[in-house]
Design a protein around this ligand. Structure first.
Ligand SMILES: Nc1ncnc2c1ncn2[C@@H]1O[C@H](COP(=O)(O)OP(=O)(O)O)[C@@H](O)[C@H]1O
Ligand SMILES: [Mg+2]
Length: 321
């Protein structure tokens, strides 16, 4: 199988793991930096170029698009998809997952439990807003485009008002969410091809709220409960993600999903669980390549009829003269 990994660099640990796992299974792998892929749309099939040279289409594409280049990266992923190459994950699914508002809307509309959340564009009627999520303290999540994000706990209506005014004043969107305080609440489940493979708990650095790795959090393996697996698999399916890490709060009753990642940090998770998690991704890629429906073969898209083409050619001539 010819596999293309779209990633800024082979030195990104998860990219390196995927490449190693694919090579170990005898596949030909290329890592392409998505911002160096150019798209040429010519009114017919369109094609892709890399550093000005036309790319031969692979059998499967694994996008690992960094947040900071989401918009361009997704255009590239979309172009592969339109040319009939199976992509794991599709551009639409990645876009859904990266939009926190859309992600929570979609999950909650389909019966997945999410933390009580209010989305609003003004700080008016704060009290009512806070009551909807069960009172203070609440969590405010900043939803900038690209890399601007962050969470803050607001203990009082006053601090919430100040936070909302500051964020809205910058023109950013935000979420106000019920703040779950339970210790050891953060669980992440990796889902590949509709199967829950591993569960970890995240511990924040001392006195830190955010349990994300780049802010010093640590992963540790936990036994996966039936509820974790069921909710994670269903969340990934609803988002249309072949590969996903589903972040949830372990509370009484069904776990509450608060974020779904489309390019999960595989290397960090492997370290925590002591298992190869990259090979299952490659096995699923092999399966998608085998199952690729003939209708999606990269044969030319239906061409315009001759008459339409002549019509547009004479239109062009008329415009030029
Ligand atoms: N509703 C919540 N209650 C308590 N803690 C939360 C809640 N939502 C998120 N967190 C914590 O805050 C961190 C950051 O939130 P998240 O939605 O993942 O934002 P980011 O975009 O910064 O990753 C999470 O890793 C989790 O530890
Ligand atoms: Mg997060």
């Amino acid at each position: 199988m010819r596999l293309t990994v779209l990633s800024r660099s082979l030195s990104v640990p998860s990219t390196a793991r995927l490449v190693a796992a694919a090579r170990a299974r005898g596949h030909a792998v290329r890592v392409l930096d998505p911002v160096q892929v150019e798209m040429h749309l010519d009114g017919e099939r369109g094609h892709l170029l890399y550093r000005r040279r036309r790319l031969v289409l692979p059998d499967v594409v694994l996008p690992r698009i960094a947040q900071s280049i989401t918009s361009y990266g997704l255009a590239v992923v979309n172009q592969y998809g339109m040319l009939g190459v199976p992509v794991m994950n599709t551009a639409a699914a990645i876009a859904h997952a990266r939009n926190k508002m859309r992600c929570l809307q979609l999950l909650s509309a389909h019966g997945i439990s999410v933390p009580a959340t209010v989305m609003a564009r003004s700080a008016g009627d704060l009290k009512a807003m806070v009551q909807l999520v069960g009172g203070v303290p609440v969590l405010v999540k900043l939803l900038g485009g690209g890399d601007e994000r962050g969470v803050m706990v607001c203990e009082t209506l006053n601090s919430l008002e100040a936070a909302l005014e500051a964020i809205l004043g910058l023109g950013h969107n935000l979420l106000v969410q019920e703040y779950v305080r339970k210790k050891g609440r953060d669980v992440r489940v990796l889902v590949v091809g509709g199967k829950a493979l591993a569960a970890v708990r995240r511990r924040p650095r001392m006195n830190r709220l955010a349990q994300t790795l780049n802010r010093g959090a640590r992963f540790e393996r936990i036994p996966m409960t039936e509820a974790h697996a069921r909710v994670a698999v269903e969340a990934a399916r609803l988002m249309g993600l072949e590969v996903a890490a589903v972040d949830m709060l372990d509370v009484r009753g069904p776990p509450k999903v608060f974020e779904v990642h489309s390019s999960p940090g595989l290397a960090e998770m492997e370290k925590a669980v002591g298992e190869d998690l990259a090979t299952p991704v490659i096995l699923r890629a092999e399966q998608l390549a085998r199952e690729r429906p003939p209708a999606l073969d990269p044969s030319p898209l239906p061409r315009l009829s001759r008459r339409t083409r002549q019509g547009s050619a004479s239109l062009k001539r008329a415009r030029a003269s």
